[in-house]
Design a protein around this ligand. Structure first.
Ligand SMILES: Cc1cc2nc3c(=O)[nH]c(=O)nc-3n(C[C@H](O)[C@H](O)[C@H](O)COP(=O)(O)OP(=O)(O)OC[C@H]3O[C@@H](n4cnc5c(N)ncnc54)[C@H](O)[C@@H]3O)c2cc1C
Length: 399
């Protein structure tokens, strides 16, 4: 017999931590297991749009998570040899260091009474209500959550038919030191997607001291996917930002960096019995819309809302999936369509980006997830505008 309102969660990433905090705030006793010896302080940045920000606000970590964020007030696609234009982003959007985001969620989890157990490798789950670790120990609870990422061990043991796609495009991500003279505040506030043939680069500040870089190329670009980076080759493709590749060569701990191809997973269902899958374990997608983490956060919060209603857990989990899955499917679909752009000639790429930027119906589809109001967030009618952190206001010249 399981104890009411107890949850065991595999994975202390974005999905696991938000689910844990949201459950704890609804009176659940929660334990999170992660296979690493400490919180994984990933050296990356992440883009957060209003859907993600409202989710963080709902669990009380918004201000902490975005305190050093880079406020993206404009967006721009910059293709080698093609003129480009900036476009204002009219809703809040930030680029944030994952170190600060994950840390803020973990701190709030602990403050809310969540137990986080490190060095705890989960090998599977029992739909009757248990997580199972590598030593065969069973952690029983009313709710079991597999938030253990793309290669989820929990998903694999649930015997749910899963469609997985591994794509030819992939990326390596890292952080380099940010210096005040690197770029003006105006430039820092523009989310530029740099394109050169099949390659593209995201490069922008994500905290007061860090720049985030994501270098994307196709699997058959052997030089492009080389780790450590081939500075000459990337500098030739993106001469305007060559200095940052040089800085990366000297500073990055390359033993921790990998080039990985993008992947998507689509299990036939997101739950079985008392076990739910959430985040990349349930709906990994290529990162093209900046919504893998966004959907992980939203679905983690709404999972906690759903299972806190009255009724048998398995039925509540099916209701949760029925409500959330259409938007997640849409997000996955569009993030996959975007992959095709890499193989197109520059002029066609530019025409597509013009459509993304200027043609309402296409833009609305691309930003549908970003503009979605998450279940569990503060009521839309009563919501106040999200406060912009002091540092971001100063950088924008507002204070
Ligand atoms: C290049 C790139 C750029 C991206 N950019 C963005 C972006 O800008 N915005 C955005 O929203 N999303 C972005 N994403 C997607 C986002 O990173 C993921 O969707 C998100 O991190 C998924 O969170 P998660 O918690 O589900 O999984 P993960 O972050 O993978 O966390 C899983 C956790 O489970 C633990 N774990 C795994 N296996 C076990 C086990 N067997 N036992 C115990 N613990 C285990 C891991 O240690 C980890 O802590 C990007 C992805 C990539 C690849």
């Amino acid at each position: 017999m399981t104890i009411a309102k107890t949850a065991e969660i595999a994975g202390a990433g974005l999905a696991g931590l938000i689910t844990a905090v949201a459950l704890a705030k609804r009176g659940w006793k929660v334990r999170v297991h992660d296979r690493y010896p400490s919180l994984r302080v990933e050296g990356f940045g992440i883009s957060l749009f209003e859907n993600s920000l409202r989710t963080l606000e709902a669990v009380g970590v918004y201000e902490q998570a975005v305190r050093e964020a880079n406020w993206m007030r404009f967006s721009e696609y910059r293709i080698e040899g093609v003129a480009s234009e900036k476009r204002a982003i009219n809703r809040p959007a930030f680029r944030v260091s994952r170190r600060l985001l994950t840390g803020a969620l973990a701190d709030e989890a602990v403050r809310s009474g969540v137990e986080i157990v490190y060095d705890s490798t989960i090998v599977g789950a029992d739909p009757a209500g248990a997580l199972i670790d590598k030593d065969g120990r069973r952690f029983e609870a009313e709710l079991i959550v597999g938030a253990d990422g793309l290669n989820s061990a929990v998903r694999k043991t649930l015997d749910i038919a899963t469609h997985r796609s591994d794509f030819e495009e992939g990326a390596m991500r890292f952080i380099v030191r940010r210096e005040p003279e690197d770029m003006s505040d105006a430039d820092a506030g523009t989310a530029v997607e740099w394109w050169s043939g099949n390659r593209r680069v995201i490069f922008s500040p994500c905290s007061l001291t860090e720049h985030y870089l994501a270098l994307t190329c196709l699997a058959d670009d052997v030089t492009g996917r080389q780790v450590p980076i081939d500075v000459a080759s990337w500098s030739k493709a993106f001469p305007e930002i060559a200095y940052v590749f040089e800085r990366a060569r000297d500073e990055v701990d390359w033993s921790r960096i990998m080039w990985s191809n993008f992947a998507a997973v689509k299990p036939a269902q997101w739950s079985r019995g008392r076990v739910a899958l959430v985040g990349d374990a349930a709906h990994a997608m290529p990162p093209n819309l900046g919504q893998g983490g966004g959907t992980a956060l939203m679905n983690g919060l709404s999972l906690a809302v759903s299972v806190s209603a009255r009724g048998p857990i398995d039925a509540l989990l099916r209701d949760w999936e029925r409500r959330e899955r259409p938007l997640t499917n849409h997000t996955q679909r569009f993030s996959v369509i975007y992959l095709r752009i890499a193989r197109l000639p520059a002029k066609l790429q530019a025409a597509i980006f013009w459509l993304f930027t200027n043609f309402g119906p296409v833009r609305n589809q691309l930003f549908r997830t970003a503009n979605h109001w998450p279940v569990g967030a503060v009521d839309r009618v009563e919501a106040k505008p999200l406060p912009i952190p002091v540092i971001a206001r100063q950088a924008a010249g507002l204070d």
